[in-house]
Design a protein around this ligand. Structure first.
Ligand SMILES: Nc1ncnc2c1ncn2[C@@H]1O[C@H](COP(=O)(O)OP(=O)(O)O)[C@@H](O)[C@H]1O
Ligand SMILES: O=C(O)C1=C[C@@H](OP(=O)(O)O)[C@@H](O)[C@H](O)C1
Length: 294
């Protein structure tokens, strides 16, 4: 049977400025790590969907198969499909690999069908799929929009409202090319204790106000200290990163990864500090967002 259509798409990892689980409002920013999804459709009326994860054999393909199924159902198509992914995003680390994967697979499937890439439809079907697979509490609209658009997004996940888009700046100049993003993957396990995170509501609201005011470094640090203390992750790591010259540092998402933003001249020093606690990935900000991969 001939292929009906195929496409590939990539979407970004995102770091957390404000984790939305405590209040429903959050903020995230695009990071230059990505997941690439390739979808091949076969118009055979059998609706057989096969997912293949090329570089993470222990990760189950449920999410990517659900993404393809939800797109085909939306367009009322009974195609079969194969969907495969390759990623540079650490999985289950707080870098929103699930939101990025949902975005990439939904985009590639819609493109393979030949339909218009409407951002709202992509995000809605991607978030639906993450909910279907019980991979999100609030829908992670902050992570999903940062992964899709790049840059900084500030959102009300409960209302699925994009409050503001921005970029990290110095003297009103975008600084995506002059700072490094350091990601620490510590030897710690993820622990998503929602009840404890919701106890942070009033304090996270203070950090969210800092974020809305554009004080992203303060907001990221405050958020990280709050969620690290609620989830029993070390609070000293972010402080040691700042002590070593980072502009800001904090827990990303529900962890266990930490993020530090550094001027390039301080990267080596901060890396050496973070290396005491686990593996460090050095990458960059990404303000460009997701795209079809030709
Ligand atoms: N490259 C990938 N290919 C297929 N599924 C993936 C990929 N990366 C992540 N996932 C899915 O997302 C899940 C991890 O999402 P989650 O638990 O929300 O952690 P995080 O979003 O913090 O990385 C994985 O268990 C898997 O279902
Ligand atoms: O599931 C959710 O609703 C959320 C998960 C968190 O991200 P991770 O899944 O990356 O931990 C958090 O940062 C986000 O604001 C909301």
């Amino acid at each position: 049977m001939d292929k009906t259509g195929s496409s590939s798409a990539m979407a970004l990892a995102s770091g957390t400025i404000i984790n939305a689980i405590a209040t429903g409002k959050g903020s995230a920013f695009g990071i230059d790590l990505n997941v690439c999804a390739t979808v091949e459709l076969i118009d055979d009326g059998k609706k057989r969907i096969k997912g293949i994860i090329k570089d993470h054999p222990t990760v189950k393909p449920n999410l990517i198969e659900t993404c393809v199924k939800n797109v085909l159902n939306y367009f009322e198509l009974d195609y079969s499909a194969t969907v495969s992914t390759k990623t540079t995003i650490p999985v289950k680390s707080g870098l929103s690999s699930s939101s990025a994967t949902s975005n990439a697979v939904v985009m590639a499937t819609i493109d393979a069908i030949g339909e218009k890439l409407d951002p709202k439809l992509i995000l809605d079907l991607a978030i639906k799929s993450s909910f279907d697979e019980k991979l999100t509490i609030t829908g992670a609209y902050d992570d999903a929009t940062a992964s899709y658009y790049g840059g900084i997004t500030i959102t009300d996940n409960t209302k699925r409202e994009l409050i503001k888009r921005d970029t990290f700046k110095s003297n009103n100049e975008s600084i995506e090319d002059i700072i490094d993003v350091l990601i620490l993957i510590p030897n710690l396990n993820k622990n998503v204790n929602v009840n404890r995170m919701k106890l942070l509501k009033n304090s996270v609201a203070v950090a969210f106000k800092e974020c809305l005011a554009g004080n992203y470094y303060n907001a990221l640090f405050l958020n990280g200290i709050l969620y690290a203390s609620a989830l029993n992750f070390p609070t000293n790591i972010a402080i040691e990163a700042i002590e070593s010259g980072a502009l800001t540092a904090g827990l990303s998402g529900t962890g266990p990864s930490y993020i530090a933003l550094c001027n390039k001249e301080n990267t080596e020093n901060v890396k050496n500090t973070l290396n005491k606690y686990g593996k460090v990935i050095i990458t960059k900000l990404n303000n460009k967002g997701a795209s079809i991969v030709w």
